[in-house]
Design a protein around this ligand. Sequence first.
Ligand SMILES: [Zn+2]
Length: 108
Amino acid sequence: MTPAAAPDGPSASRPDSARARNERIAQAARRHHFDHAAPVPFLCECSDARCEELLRMTLQVYAGTRVSGYVVTPGHQVDGADVVRVRDGWWVYRGSGASPGQRRSCST
Ligand SMILES: [Zn+2]
């Protein structure tokens, strides 16, 4: 048994790994033919590795936020990113989400 569900490798930032999991949630919801108007629970994509908050949005809204950036529950933060949309129940951050500036950690 391998806990392969969490892609929390050292290279992936927490917002990116949460985002990857949300992609799978969205795919599963589409497969199960969720009503487009029905809210789907997604993970908060903030930088706090221990955050387990959920937010609810329809698949259509979710698709729109994917273009903008990271979606979080109100008040949560994504390092190195700025809030670009504030809604009742969720915020969207835009930015790298990983490293502000040009920090490189190449160990060759
Ligand atoms: Zn959060």
